[in-house]
Structure formats: C-alpha cells, structure tokens
Design a binder for this molecule. Structure first.
Ligand code: MCF
Ligand code: FE
Length: 410
C-alpha cells in the first residue's frame, strides 16, 4: 500500500469536496482518504510521503474524445471553416495516416501521461492506432468507428467494421476496453447505425457520436441545404439528408454509457432528448474554435453531464488536457470564473468516467487508483480559487499514477 499527502486534495466527487492537507492510501484501488492528521493517527507506522510545497493531488484527467490516427497533422489541414476542413481531411487523409507511425502515436500517448492524462476515449477510424493503444499504460476505451452514407457501400462497410471490432475485442483487457463510435448523423447510414447499436447493446459497450458540430450539419440535417449541399452532391451524389437530428438521437435508446461530442448547434428539444437518453456531452473547445464552429453554451446544458476532450491533432495543436481546459476557461466568458473552473475540472475527471462507464475519476475508496499530483507556483489561500489556480498554472504533473503505478517515476 502507498501513502501520499499534499496541501490540497481534490476528490472530484459529486459534491466537489476538497480536503486541505489531504492524504490518500492506495494500491491498484483507492483504500482510504482523509486528512494528514487523521492518517498519522490511523497509520502511525507507515511512511506518508508529502509531495512538497503547494502540492495538489487529484484524479487523473480523462480525455473522453481523441483521434490518434490524425496525430501527424500540424500545418496540413484547412482550419477556419468546418466544410473546408472536411474537404481538406478527404484530400490529405492518406498522407496524414501514413505519417502517423506507431512511434509518433506512442510519443503522443507518452506526452499525455506527462500531462496528467490517465484515460482516453480513442476514436479509431482505421484500426492503425490499435497496437499503440494496447501497449500504452494509459486506460483506453477504444471506439471502433462506423462511417459511410452511400447505400451501395453499406455491406462492405459493415463487414469492415465487424472485422475491426472483432480484432479490438480479441485484445480486450482491464485497460483496453472495446467500444463503438458512430461518426455522425450526416455521414452514417441509418441501417449501419441500427446494426452497430444492436452490437453495442448486446455487448454492453460504450457508444459515442459526433453530433450537431457545425451550422452546415444543422442546415443539412434539417433542410438538406447549406454549405454541405455541394459537398454531398459533388462527393457522394447525395441530394437529401438521410435523417433528422431527433430521429438520429432516438436510435440511441438503452445504451448505458453514451456520449455525444460537440453538440454546439443542438437546440432545446435535442438537448432534452440527450438528457432523457442519460447521455453525456463531450466538449472539445479547441477543435470548435479552429473549425470556426460555435462556442458551446454551457448554461444551456443545465444538468446534462459534461465531459472534456481534445479531439485529434487534426483539429487541435495539443492533446494536453490542462491546455484544453485553460482555453475553455477563457472562452466561456458568460460564466462565473470560479464556478466554471470547478465545472471544467469535474468534467475532465468525474464527467469523463461517467461518459466512458469507468470506476474512475473520483478519489474515493474502491475507485481505481488513477491519481495525479503537481505543485502550484505559490500558496493558494482559499479553496474557492483552487480550480482556477490549477487551470492557470498547470501543464504537467510530477506524478501520474495509473492503477497505482507512477508512470512518470519508474
Ligand atoms: O471531431 C472532429 C471533427 N468532426 C468530425 N470528425 C473528426 C474530427 N476529428 C477527426 N475526425 C475524423 C472522423 O473520425 O475525420 C474523419 C472521420 O474518420 C472525417 S470524415 C472524412
Ligand atoms: Fe472528433
């Protein structure tokens, strides 16, 4: 059993309890949690390692949505407009995928560990990131993606999807968990959606989908016009949207661990449906900014659970979750800064675990010991300022424990 202590311990439980001078005992799971004083009485013979001045202990960060196969993009893709970006992905996809070698993906995963991430939801379009995801110490919920709207391609696409999913299932382990991603309502045929969701239900798999990411998507789904019209006509000879947003959402009933990424254009009715489905919204603020999509209206979400993701390097310059939530902190100017900071930290831990269906994200007895620690540059006098101090001053951790092992100090 290991014992560590710090000036501040954020449990990220549902009440966002913070313990000043906190201590935690763990092996693979969390065994006990309390104040340093309590621990000294309870465990008089054990060495409780103090992590230094202005130290903080909190749950590891959960990056609920990332596309590792696009990790080679730096300056290739066209930002500033969602449809132009999509065209540029189609044009450069082969070269980007080829450049995203195992070494490159491994390097990104190891950077994530240094940046305090302990779990990712990896959306896999091709399966080329599978070996890296199996070998990394990170916990990976591995989403095999289904994508394709052309009726004459459905059978081929489904066979290909089944083969990739089967391969993921063969490698299932405690820290590599197969799951299913539906790319989006505009790009995936309703037949494929129905079939893959049946598989998800039978196997109790987590499911994720991009939803209402851009105005172009909203116009196309509701009116079959807008910026997507020429895209579908020219690329796919398709003249009408295959589904309405609410019909798309209806298909996701009875999925236990469900998340929709982006949702920046979702209207009140769609948000109500998302809430009824018990789903989480995954917010990827950097990606929304770079593709000139809207800023998610967090107040509009009311009590829909929130998680955070970086999306891929196809629409971001970093996979560092601290940098992601720092940008979100500056972006949502209509919210009180301290309350927003708490919400973003909660969404990056507890919220991510809920979206992915994991026993993580909270420092509490019997939860997995995915724990990070770091030091703030100076004393924090008030727990009310702790989350914003963390978000403003942290990019890396000194300790990243995954199931009780410190992956930074081996
Ligand atoms: O979330 C962003 C933007 N929205 C949609 N798709 C992607 C994102 N980042 C990467 N993608 C992938 C997606 O999984 O790009 C491809 C899909 O395989 C786009 S479809 C040509
Ligand atoms: Fe994405």
């Amino acid at each position: 059993m290991k014992f560590i202590s710090a000036n501040w311990l954020l449990t990220c439980d549902d009440n966002f309890e913070i313990i000043e001078n906190g201590a935690i005992a763990f092996d693979e799971k969390i065994i006990d949690i309390g104040t340093i004083d309590e621990f000294q009485i309870k465990y008089p013979k054990d060495n409780i390692e103090y992590l230094g001045e202005n130290s903080v202990i909190m749950p590891g960060l959960i990056n609920t949505h990332v596309h590792l196969e696009f990790s080679a993009n730096k300056t290739t893709l066209q930002y500033g407009n969602f449809v132009k970006w999509l065209f540029s992905v189609m044009e450069h996809r082969e070269e980007l995928i080829e450049k995203a070698t195992k070494e490159l993906i491994d390097k990104e995963l190891s950077n994530m560990i240094s940046n305090g991430t302990t779990t990712i939801g990896a959306i896999s379009s091709y399966g080329f990131d599978m070996d890296s995801c199996i070998q990394t110490p990170l916990n990976v919920v591995y989403f095999t993606e289904i994508l394709g709207s052309k009726a004459d391609m459905i059978d081929t696409l489904f066979v290909d999807f089944q083969a990739k999913l089967k391969s993921a299932i063969t490698h299932k382990s405690e820290n590599f968990i197969p799951a299913i991603a539906v790319h989006s309502p505009y790009s995936t045929h309703p037949f494929l959606i129905r079939e893959v969701l049946n598989i998800a239900k039978e196997n109790k798999m987590a499911v994720s989908a991009h939803f209402q990411e851009s105005k172009a998507e909203n116009d196309w789904l509701n009116h079959s016009n807008g910026e997507f019209e020429s895209f579908f006509k020219d690329m796919l000879d398709q003249h009408k949207s295959l589904t309405k947003p609410s019909d798309f959402l209806e298909q996701f009933k009875n999925i236990e661990h469900l998340s929709f990424t982006h949702c920046v254009e979702a209207n009140e009715k769609e948000l109500e449906q998302i809430k009824k489905l018990g789903a989480t919204i995954t917010h990827c603020p950097n990606s929304n900014r770079l593709l000139n999509n809207s800023i998610l209206n967090i107040s509009y979400l009311k009590d829909i659970p929130l998680a955070m993701g970086t999306d891929g390097l196809s629409s971001n310059n970093t996979l560092n979750m601290f940098e992601e939530i720092r940008n979100a902190f500056f972006m949502h100017t209509n919210l009180d800064s301290a309350a927003l900071a708490d919400k973003l930290i909660q969404a990056s831990t507890n919220g991510g675990a809920k979206a992915l269906g994991l026993n993580k994200g909270i420092l509490k007895k019997d939860f997995d010991a995915d724990i990070i620690a770091f030091q703030l540059p100076d004393r924090c006098n008030n727990p009310k300022n702790l989350s914003s101090s963390i978000i403003l001053h942290t990019s890396k951790t000194t300790h990243t424990y995954i199931k009780g092992n410190d992956e930074l100090n081996k």
